[in-house]
Structure formats: structure tokens, C-alpha cells
Design a protein around this ligand. Structure first.
Ligand code: CP
Ligand code: NVA
Length: 300
């Protein structure tokens, strides 16, 4: 079994910082490792993607490798054969497997049975590459701090869960503003609360979450696989929209973040998303750099 990234807590806190250091060096061009030279990478997608697909394929190429885009229609993961057997077979061909899918247990089963690293490109539970890239973006845009105040407004989903993952490893004041029945994963919430260096607040008051925050962060109210709930979620979460009046209670130099794709006019207004405080496209760019660092770290 190789080292894999199923969720951020597969790394230690010092390894997370090691990945960020590597990311900074690779992004600046100071180093250009080619750990995938002569190797292929299986990129399995059972959900849609723009950023994850294109940033992984580009990053794999830049690390010297050959990316293969594989859809569920072809491999039918867990249906044509077990996930474990697919992991054993793919490990004979490729140097790394990246997967985006629904059930997080499938990614864990792949990792437990593959002999090459697995990188989670989003499951219903977590999206580790996104939040690692996002934290890196915060450190690029804000002055150093012992503990940033991140206010996440909206649905308690895979993005929220990944923020909880990060808070369980490194100091963070994470304030989650959401509706009472849109809470994030209870187990990951408890694990984050167990880190004495982090502070976790769960509130149904958006202004309490945003007040004095360094970062206002949001995501779609209905994730992939839940689009039939979109109207119901919109009704419950409309109070948590990131708009000008919410931004006014954050720190003056606060940054606005969104993992994208955004449903403009729902969870975030055009005015805020297009404002100078928005760093959403820098976040998208950093997916490329952090994923290259993650792959290089796992392959070393
Ligand atoms: N943020 C993100 O993962 O985007 P895609 O769904 O387009 O990959
Ligand atoms: N929570 C969203 C994130 C997309 C990048 C989803 O799972 O659809």
C-alpha cells in the first residue's frame, strides 16, 4: 500500500506544511520535479468537472506523466468488478490514480488495495485538494497569522467537511454559518473540535459567523448528486448568501472565496464575486500547483 490522500487527515500537520512548501517552490519555478516521467495516471470521474479534470491533466503532464481520463460509463467502478480488483489491476498499469466519485468508501477501498498512490478529487464526504489549495491561497493573500478566521457560509457539505479536516490538523478559527438541518459531518466536526489549537463555531446566524472574519467562503447550496434538492436548500440557506452587507461585517481586508463552480445570484452575488476582495480565480489556479505538490509528495 502506498501513501494516498483520501482526506487531508491522511497527512500529518507537518506533512501539510511540507506540501505547501513544495507547492510554493514548484509554483515559483524554483524546482520542476518530474516524478511521473514515463508513467501514466488514471483519472477516474463519475461526476462532472472543469477545474479538477483540467488541473490534474495539466499537472500530470507538467510532472512528466501521461493522464488518462476514464469515465464511469467505461469502467463501471464496483459494478463490473469489485473496487478492490479494479485497484489491483490499475496498479499494474499506472503510477497514480486520481478519482472523483460519490461514495467516499470507494476511494478508501481503492487506497487499501492499490499499490500506487490514490488522490481524492472529490467525494460526497470531502474535497481535500480544494481546501489544501485554498489554504495556500489564503497564505498568499493575507499577512501571516497564528490562526486565520475562516467563515464558511452555506451548505454543510464536502467543502465544509474538508475545512473541518484541516482545522483538526492546523490552527484555524472556523465559523460555519448554516441552517439547522444543513450541518456538516458530525464525526469530522468532533475531530476538529478536539484540536485545542483550533476554534470551531457552528451557528445559524450568518453575521455571527462573518463578524471580523479574515475569509468569507461559500459553495453551491446543492452539491452534485443533490440537484433535486436545490429549491429546498435555497429556501433554507438564502440567509447565508455572501453579499455586500455580509462582507461589510468581515475584516476590512477580508478575502472572499468560492471553490467554484458558482451559482451566481444564489450563494454569492455578482457584486461580491467580481469585487477586488474576491480571490476565486486565484483559488482555481492554485488547484494546479497544490495538486502537483501533492502528487510529488506522495510519489517521493
Ligand atoms: N472546484 C472544483 O473541484 O471544480 P470542478 O467541479 O469543476 O472540478
Ligand atoms: N460541494 C460541491 C463542490 C464542487 C466542487 C459539489 O460537491 O458539487
Amino acid at each position: 500500500m502506498s501513501r494516498s490522500l483520501c482526506q487531508i487527515t491522511d497527512l500529518t500537520a507537518s506533512e501539510v506544511h511540507e506540501v505547501f512548501d513544495l507547492c510554493a517552490k514548484m509554483k515559483s519555478g524554483a524546482i520542476q520535479p518530474k516524478p511521473l516521467a514515463g508513467k501514466s495516471v488514471a483519472c477516474i470521474f463519475t461526476k462532472s468537472s472543469l477545474r479538477t479534470r483540467v488541473s490534474f491533466e495539466t499537472g500530470i503532464y507538467e510532472l512528466g506523466g501521461h493522464p488518462m481520463y476514464i469515465t464511469d460509463g467505461e469502467i463501471q467502478l464496483g459494478r463490473r468488478e469489485t473496487v478492490a480488483d479494479a485497484a489491483r489491476v490499475l496498479s499494474r498499469y499506472v503510477g497514480l490514480i486520481m478519482i472523483r466519485t460519490f461514495d467516499h468508501a470507494d476511494v478508501v477501498e481503492l487506497a487499501e488495495n492499490a499499490t500506487v498512490p490514490i488522490v481524492n478529487g472529490l467525494t460526497d464526504l470531502v474535497h481535500p485538494c480544494q481546501i489544501m489549495g485554498d489554504y495556500f491561497s489564503i497564505t498568499e493573500h493575507l499577512p501571516p497569522a497564528d490562526r486565520y478566521i475562516v467563515a464558511y457560509l452555506g451548505d454543510g457539505n464536502n467543502i465544509t467537511n474538508s475545512w473541518l479536516n484541516l482545522a483538526s490538523l492546523i490552527p484555524l478559527e472556523l465559523r460555519i454559518g448554516t441552517a439547522d438541518d444543513c450541518h456538516p459531518d458530525a464525526d469530522l466536526l468532533e475531530k476538529a473540535k478536539a484540536n485545542p489549537d483550533s476554534k470551531i463555531v457552528l451557528t445559524n446566524d450568518p453575521k455571527e459567523a462573518a463578524n471580523g472574519a479574515d475569509v468569507l467562503y461559500t459553495d453551491v447550496w446543492a452539491s452534485m448528486g443533490q440537484k433535486d434538492l436545490a429549491n429546498d436548500k435555497a429556501e433554507k440557506l438564502k440567509r447565508f448568501q455572501i453579499n455586500r452587507s455580509l462582507l461589510e461585517v468581515a475584516k476590512e481586508k477580508a478575502v472572499v472565496m468560492h471553490c467554484l463552480p458558482a451559482e451566481r445570484g444564489r450563494e454569492i452575488t455578482d457584486e461580491v464575486m467580481d469585487s477586488p476582495q474576491s480571490i476565486v480565480f486565484d483559488q482555481a489556479e492554485n488547484r494546479l500547483h497544490v495538486q502537483k505538490a501533492i502528487m510529488a509528495f506522495l510519489l517521493k
